[in-house]
Design a protein around this ligand. Structure first.
Ligand SMILES: Cc1cc2nc3c(=O)[nH]c(=O)nc-3n(C[C@H](O)[C@H](O)[C@H](O)COP(=O)(O)OP(=O)(O)OC[C@H]3O[C@@H](n4cnc5c(N)ncnc54)[C@H](O)[C@@H]3O)c2cc1C
Length: 244
C-alpha cells in the first residue's frame, strides 16, 4: 500500500532461487483491485537488507544443488516511490511479463542443451560398456533408445531456434515461448529417463552424470510456469487469435 511517498509491502513467496545470496528482490505485489485486463499487480525492486525482509532456511531439494532456494518474507517493508519498476504500476508488470516469456525460451534452450549432454553420455556409454562380451551399443534395442533420444533432441533444437527467431523479431512473444518451454522440458524428461535406462544399474548411481541430469531436469517442468500452465497459455492464446 502507498503510505505518503513510500510503498509498504507485506507478504511472502516460497522457493525463491538465489534468495540466500541475493542483494535485491524483484517483487510482484498487488497494489489495487484487479479489473478487466488489469491484474492489479505492480513490480518493485526491494533491497535484501531493507528492514522487514527475512529469508528462510535453504530448501532441501531433489536436484539442482548449485542453485539455492529459500522462502522470502516481507513484514511491512518500506520502499521509496522510485523502487516502482517502470515508474508506474502498469508499466513494470507488462515488462516483467515480457521477460517471463523470454525466460521460457531460455529454459527451453537449457533443456535442449542438457538433453544433448545426456545423449552424448549415453552414446559414449553404449559404445564402451559390454554385456557378456558384447558392447551394449550393438543391441538394436539400445540403438533404438539412442535414436529416440536423438530425434527428440533434434526436434527441440529446431523448435528453440525458431522460437528465438520469432521472439527477437517480435512475431510471437507469447504462444511460441510457452510451446517451446512445454515441449523441450517434457522432452528432456524423456531423454533423461532413457539415458538412465541405457546406463542400466550404473545410471542409478550418484557418481554417474545422467543420474544427476535425471533429477535436475525434473524441475524444468515445474518452475517458470508448470507444463499445465504453458498449455493454458498456448490454448487460450490460440483462441484469442494469437500467432501459431
Ligand atoms: C527449485 C525451485 C525454484 C523456484 N524458483 C523460483 C523463483 O526464483 N521465483 C519465483 O517466483 N518462483 C520460483 N519457484 C516457484 C515455481 O515457479 C512454482 O513452484 C511453480 O510455478 C508451481 O507453482 P506452485 O508450486 O504454487 O504449484 P501449483 O500452482 O499449486 O501447482 C500444483 C499443480 O496444479 C497445476 N495447476 C496450477 N494452476 C493451474 C491452472 N490454472 N490450470 C491447470 N493446472 C494448474 C500445476 O500445473 C501443478 O500440477 C521455484 C520453485 C522451485 C521448486
Amino acid at each position: 500500500m502507498l503510505d505518503g511517498d513510500d510503498w509498504v509491502i507485506t507478504g511472502g513467496k516460497r522457493f525463491i532461487t538465489n534468495a540466500p545470496v541475493a542483494n535485491l528482490f524483484v517483487t510482484f505485489a498487488r497494489t489495487r483491485e484487479a479489473s478487466g485486463k488489469d491484474p492489479g499487480i505492480a513490480v518493485f525492486l526491494v533491497p535484501a537488507d531493507a528492514p522487514g525482509v527475512s529469508v528462510g532456511p535453504k530448501d532441501r531439494k531433489m536436484g539442482q544443488e548449485g542453485a539455492w532456494t529459500a522462502d522470502v518474507h516481507f513484514d511491512e517493508v518500506r520502499v521509496p516511490a522510485d523502487a516502482l519498476v517502470g515508474g508506474s504500476e502498469e508499466v513494470g508488470y507488462r515488462a516483467a511479463m515480457t521477460s517471463l516469456a523470454r525466460g521460457r525460451v531460455h529454459i527451453a534452450a537449457v533443456a535442449v542443451g542438457t538433453a544433448r549432454r545426456a545423449l552424448d553420455e549415453s552414446v559414449a556409454y553404449a559404445a564402451d560398456a559390454t554385456q557378456a562380451g558384447t558392447p551394449i551399443g550393438e543391441f538394436q534395442l539400445v540403438q533404438a533408445m539412442l535414436a529416440d533420444m536423438q530425434t527428440d533432441v533434434l526436434a527441440g533444437e529446431a523448435l528453440v531456434r525458431e522460437t528465438a527467431r520469432k521472439y527477437r523479431s517480435g512475431q510471437d512473444r507469447r504462444i511460441a515461448p510457452s510451446a517451446a518451454k512445454l515441449f523441450c522440458t517434457e522432452m528432456v524428461g524423456r531423454v533423461a529417463d532413457l539415458a538412465v535406462q541405457v546406463h542400466g544399474g550404473s545410471g542409478y548411481m550418484r557418481e554417474v552424470v545422467v543420474e544427476r541430469i535425471y533429477r535436475d531436469v525434473r524441475l524444468l517442468r515445474l518452475y517458470e510456469g508448470t507444463s499445465e500452465v504453458q498449455r493454458v497459455i498456448v490454448g487460450r492464446g490460440l483462441l484469442r487469435g494469437g500467432t501459431a
